[in-house]
Design a protein. Structure first.
Length: 28
């Protein structure tokens, strides 16, 4: 259970990183 939770947290962090990268791209 905690293993799945940790992987889910990593996915969320990666998703936020991709979103912020594209946001910076559109700002520039």
């Amino acid at each position: 259970m905690s293993n799945l939770q940790q992987s889910n947290c990593t996915n969320v962090i990666f998703f936020l990183f991709v979103i912020s990268s594209s946001a910076v791209d559109s700002l520039n």
